[in-house]
Design a protein around this ligand. Structure first.
Ligand code: MTE
Ligand code: LUZ
Ligand code: MOS
Length: 752
């Protein structure tokens, strides 16, 4: 293994926001939050706190010089509470003090007076009260209402998935450093530097060019820092602005777990209709999304839920409706898969129920309805290739699915207190931001006079390995060794107007921008080489392995010499390039378009064992065939598949966010919130990458891999579900995730 930053990480030398040496005189901030889930804010009593040692400022919404607003899609989220509080943990005031300990002590001494109002925590209850973040949306195709009559089997039910805590290793944080002339530099642990820049400029009431946001790397984001890094950066900026001193604000783990949003819990009603052969004719689903207190990214997440309501299947008649319900919880937010996993879970539940009704294996129904090349998604886009069906066939044969089933059946015959189950999970995930505007990126490439190269893009490295991929792209474009290329930090002053590193688009969009910038420099260098080597046609010149080639033959002229010659001729060795994903479009009014550059897909076979007495489950093996196209970095991609998969297994089987009656998070530590560790990981994880077949893909023929593998984890739920049914034939388990030991025991003890 050769991780691009292994040496830095292993030695603890890789710097995160909290590790950056701060300037002398840096102050520390602590946040005062609402003690109540819902109420009128009557007053903030800071008298006692102000007199504590080291306290420099106690700031409220009245101290915000610009707009007290951090909401990006819908402006419904104040930086600091004004007249009302909407969730327990909502920022109400900011204490700035000489030390972290002094700031936190003073924050505890600030008294927030709230007149409580009745809170609502459940999405369906909020819906019943008309508490919607925005009007509900429907995606439809065909004629569902008349399709039911033609179905041989129609089943209906309810499916629920829970919240998921991101557990990025680095908690939220920022350092704000005031500069001369009313400028501000921010180090922020964000996936979205431009969003932080825009919001901070708004909060301070200054033009964006006065705010620079820099990100070296994140200790994980997983979507949790796509929008929700912004308020903490905004608070640090406010503290710095009001005191004129650098201010650092880094959340502790427990604060982070209490105050920040999670994956949206969904509660959904489904109805599915099939013909006698198991072909799905009609599917209707209503998603209740628990948005929490503000919009945050909920509108975009809800939209992706609708796009992925039919996942990897062709269904002629579909109606999917989704409502974003306002509750008094911290606003839920992006999490790997972005509403897609919630949608896919419901359809798998519907298929499992239909299979039970028809006496079929769920995999039979899955296989018969898999999207084939040329078939249409409900939103009008066509499946561009046979990659998905090839993944299915490859998984079935390579891993010998019939033999896996046989082994499980034999095991079940031989064991009474342990039962095994097998599930297959196909995934088809659209690659691009569903909001077309966001599908643009920039890159700035400098070739230095010694031949070394710096690349800046909008991409944020958060462990997903996009930096080493961009390095490969730059090196391949210029024809030099990757060792010569360094990926710089992400800075709004070097590359502006960037989209968040999200939607799995980091390598594609920033890679294409890097390629374009590299090609612009290369074109100039070819002209220089043509002059030096007296070659008439610059197009015959190429660079390979750091050597200039003419018509494919080495010309005895090295990269470094060429760069030196270009400098001597006063030819620019730098370029900025912009990339906009071509062709994509989506008409929100008709619900039709081509919203994605392509789809990433794959199939997982999951095996699980259930302990019938204890209700414990083990995910024994997961065998995946995944389409990563022409992978730029197969090791990184394998890591993404394995990591995403385990995160999905955790969401489905063990991670559970529980709340106190007050609305506070009960599972606010890593001892009460259980994430999968090595022991919970399957003993066997096999990942095979599909042989590329020339279908549409991203940069250098590779396909995005960041999010899709998480959804293989859904197969864990249904493998356990199958094991429960093996223990208690006829049991109709509730489709409620996570499938904890308690829920498994409850299912096993239900009368069949
Ligand atoms: N992998 C690691 N190690 N850490 C992360 O934070 N985030 C995931 C995925 N893989 C993440 C990760 C999410 S939610 C996304 S959208 C993509 O990486 C983002 O990176 P990319 O678009 O550059 O692939
Ligand atoms: N963010 C976003 C995303 O704003 N739009 C998207 O479509 C998306 N998809 C996945 C993850 N983040
Ligand atoms: Mo990922 S949820 O797009 O940050």
């Amino acid at each position: 293994m050769n991780h691009h930053e292994a040496v830095l990480h292993v030695r603890g030398e890789a710097r995160f926001v909290d590790d950056e040496p701060t300037p002398a005189g840096t102050l520390h901030a602590a946040v005062v939050t609402s003690p109540t889930a819902h109420g009128r804010l009557l007053g903030i009593d800071a008298g006692e706190a102000e007199r504590l040692p080291g306290v420099r400022a106690i700031l409220t919404c009245r101290d915000v010089p610009g707009k007290n607003q951090v909401g990006t899609i819908i402006p419904d989220e104040p930086l600091l509470a004004e007249a009302a509080v909407h969730y327990l943990g909502q920022p109400v005031a900011l204490v700035v003090a000489d030390s972290d300990a002094q700031a936190r002590r003073a924050a505890r001494a600030v008294h927030v007076h709230v007149e409580p109002l009745p809170p609502v925590f459940d999405a369906r209850a909020a819906y019943a009260r008309g508490e919607l973040i925005f009007p509900q949306r429907t995606f439809a195709r065909g004629d569902v209402d008349s399709a039911w009559a033609a179905c041989a089997v129609v089943v209906a039910g309810r499916a629920e998935t829970g919240a998921q805590e991101h557990v990025y290793l680095e908690t939220q944080g920022a350092v704000a450093i005031p500069g001369e002339g009313g400028t501000l530099r921010l180090l922020s642990a964000t996936q979205a530097p431009t969003a932080v820049q825009r919001v901070v400029a708004g909060v301070l009431g200054v033009p964006m060019h006065r705010v620079e946001v820099e990100v070296r790397r994140l200790g994980g984001g997983f979507g949790g820092k796509e929008d929700q890094a912004t308020p903490w950066a905004g608070l640090a900026a406010l503290g710095a602005w009001c005191t004129g001193r650098p201010v650092k604000l880094v959340l502790r783990r427990q604060e982070d777990m209490r105050w920040t949003g999670k994956r949206h819990p969904y509660s959904s009603d489904f109805r599915i209709g099939l013909d006698r052969d198991g072909r799905i004719l009609a599917y209707e689903v209503f998603f209740y999304q628990n948005a929490g207190a503000t919009a945050d990214l909920s509108p975009a997440i809800l939209e992706r839920t609708l796009f992925h309501a039919t996942n990897a299947y062709f269904i002629p008649h579909v109606r999917a409706t989704a409502a974003s319900c306002r509750t008094n919880l911290p606003s839920n937010t992006a999490f790997r898969g972005f509403g897609g996993p919630q949608a896919m879970f419901v359809l798998e539940a519907a298929i499992a129920r239909a299979a039970a009704e028809m006496g079929l294996e769920p995999a039979e129904i899955q296989r018969r309805n898999l999207l084939r090349e040329g078939e249409e998604f409900p939103y009008g886009m066509r499946m561009a290739s046979s990659a998905l069906t090839r993944c299915w066939t490859e998984a079935e044969t390579r891993y010998d699915l019939p033999a896996i089933r046989r082994r499980a059946a034999e095991f079940n015959d031989a064991h009474r207190l342990e039962k095994q189950g097998v599930a297959v999970m196909p995934v088809c995930f659209g690659i691009s931001f569903t909001n077309t505007v966001l599908n643009q990126a920039g890159a700035l490439v400098h070739v230095h006079t010694d031949g070394s190269v710096s690349v800046s893009t909008g991409a944020v490295e958060m462990g997903q390995g996009t930096a080493p991929k961009l390095r490969q792209v730059a090196a391949a474009t210029l024809g030099i060794d990757p060792e010569r290329v360094r990926i710089d930090s992400t800075s709004t002053s070097r590359v502006a107007s960037t989209s968040p590193t999200a939607a799995s688009t980091g390598p594609d969009m920033n890679g294409h921008a890097t390629r374009l910038a590299g090609e612009a420099i290369l074109a100039r260098l070819r002209e220089v080489a043509a002059r030096r080597l007296a070659v008439a046609d610059a197009a015959t010149i190429g660079i390979r392995a750091g050597q200039v080639h003419v018509l494919g033959r080495p010309a005895g002229f090295s990269w470094a010499e060429l760069v030196g010659a270009a400098y001597a001729e006063r030819v620019s060795l730098s370029a900025h390039a912009h990339y906009a994903t071509p062709r994509i479009h989506f008409d929100k009014a008709t619900g039709r378009g081509e919203p994605f550059a392509y789809h990433a897909c794959g199939v997982a076979i999951v095996e699980a064992t259930v302990d019938v007495l204890r209700g414990e489950c083990r995910i024994d093996a997961v065998r995946v065939v995944h389409d990563a196209g022409h992978s730029i970095d197969p090791l990184v991609d394998r890591g993404q598949v394995e990591g995403g998969l385990l995160q999905g297994i955790g969401w489905m089987t063990m991670e559970e966010v529980l709340h106190l009656p007050s609305g506070g998070v009960a599972t606010d530590t890593l001892t009460t919130y259980k994430v999968p560790d090595l022991y919970a990981a399957p003993d066997e994880v096999e990942v095979h990458f599909l042989e590329p077949g020339g279908e549409p893909a991203g940069i250098m023929g590779a396909k995005a891999v960041g999010e899709p593998p998480l959804m293989y984890g859904i197969g864990a739920f249904f493998a356990v579900h199958a094991a429960i049914r093996a223990a208690r034939p006829g049991t109709d388990t509730h489709f409620v995730a996570p499938l904890s030991a308690e829920r498994i025991l409850a299912a096993l003890s239900e009368p069949s």
